[in-house]
Structures are given as structure tokens and as C-alpha cells.
Design a binder for this molecule. Sequence first.
Ligand code: CP
Ligand code: NVA
Length: 308
Amino acid sequence: MKDFIAISDYSSDEIKDLLDVAVKLKKEYFKKGNKKLLKGKVLGMIFQKPSLRTRVSFDMAMRHLGGDALYLSPSEIGLGKRESIADVARVLSGYVQGLMARVFEHEHVLELAKWSDVPVVNGLSDYNHPCQGMADALTIIENFGKKSKGLNISYVGDGNNVTVSLMHVSALLGWNVTVGTPEGYDVNPAAVEIAKAIAVKTGSKLSFVRDVHEAVKGAHVIYTDTWTSMGQEEEAAKREKVFPPYQVNAQLVSEADKDVIVMHCLPAHRNQELTDDVADGEHSVIFQQAHNRLHAQKAILARLFDVA
Ligand code: CP
Ligand code: NVA
């Protein structure tokens, strides 16, 4: 495992193993603090877009494990603009022991990994958000237990990068996935084909629907995300007209399983895709989910650096 670019690059067993490591490191952290597994290692963090959770949780994950992290802002690096991605990768490989990159185009993180001698972690691209997907799976397992096979995961809203990673991790773990999107905002078709191939092996059922009420029927998890992702800002007004029927509100939640959990990767646009009462209500696990970024990423780092 050199890089962590997409959840679908891994097998069901590898993803389950990563989740086991995350559970172990989380327990250890709260009991007596983590062992300094990454002493002397520095993670270079390249950000082409803003971040709260990804930036802070990676920085803290490195510190808790005895290492360090270096934040590199968009204006400093100018990835592919001031300097080619291949040159940035080769230069940084001599300074830091690992890289995490949040980019616009997925090809850019692939290019970085191709030229880098050190492990590269995808901290979100236009295609996917694999670290988020791992934290989401950890959260779902914490709420439903390890025998979670057959769970119904419903994602409603924009079929975006977060949807891709949720769909792939769910398919790998044998969970059923229903995606409810308006026309024109479907999930990346190539990612759907990958999910279908995984589902054949794991027995997971995949459905793609337009009707939001049909999407949440029998759901154990309702997941939503922003209607306008980073980089799509000029489409915001148009999107705000299309997506209101897909809002996760108390009425929609009441149509799901009675023990449904409500998830959102955050940042949330409250009272757009998710109403305040639901975000702060009894079904919401959004902060547990945000906190699990820390623990899931420790597992990814420990495995990439081959110390756990
Ligand atoms: N969920 C997530 O990736 O949050 P940030 O954009 O704040 O990192
Ligand atoms: N889909 C969102 C996720 C933010 C964490 C975006 O790409 O902006």
C-alpha cells in the first residue's frame, strides 16, 4: 500500500483491516495516548482548497503518533502553475516522509502519486473523498456494530465526490446503497460501474432513484452533502433552485427506519441540504463523524508508513 487515493483500490479485507486499526488506535488514544509510531516523520499537506476537518485532523493525527505536519497553502505551492506537479512531487519527496493533497482535478493527485517517492493520501478531489469515506464507515460501524451487513445506506442530494467514496466503502462492506439525485446531478458513471463490480462480489444492492421519499424508505443511514461543492461556486444560484426537494428535514427522516442515523461530511449549509433541527437532533451523528476523521486517518497513516 504506497498511496491512499481511492477506497476502490482496496479489497473488502483491506478496508476491514484499516477499520480494525482505526478502532484500535481510537481506543488506545482515549486510554493512554497513542504510541509514537510516526516519530521523526513529517506529512506535507498540500491544499488547493479550504479545509477545517481534513487539515486539523491530519495535523493532530501526525502529532498524536509522534510525527509532525506541514501545511502548504494554495498560494505557496501553485501546484501545476508555478511548477509542474511532477517537479513538486520529486522535490517534496526529499523533504517530507509523506504527502496529503486536496486538489481540484483528480488527475492531479494521481500525477502527484506517480512522481512522488513517498506515500500520497488523497484529501479530496473532484472525483472522491476517500478519507471521509473511511471515517463514515467507522461511524456507521460504531452505531450499528460490526455485524452491519445488509444495512441500507441512503445518500440524497448532489451525486458528488463524497457520494463516490461512501458508495464504494459501503459496497465493499456489503451494505446496500440507494442514491437519490435530481436529473443532471447523478454520480460519476465510471464510479457507479466500479461500485457495481464490487457489489457483485459482496452481495451489496445498489439503487439509483430520483424520488427522495423512495430513496430514504427503510434507510438505516441518511447521508447528505452540500448542493454546491468547492469549485462549483458559480453554479450555486442554479443549484439552489434544483435541490430543495432533496433537503434532509424532520419529515424525510420520519420516513426512514426508526433508528436511522443522519450523516453529513460537513461543512453543512444549515437549512439548505440539512435543517437545523435534524442536524442537532437525536438521529444526527455529524460531530461523531467529524471526530472520526482523526481516528480513521491515523489508521491510514499507520498502514502507509507500515508501522501498524
Ligand atoms: N469534511 C471535510 O473534508 O471537511 P473540510 O473540508 O473542512 O476538510
Ligand atoms: N462535496 C464537498 C465536500 C466538502 C468536504 C466539496 O467537494 O466541496
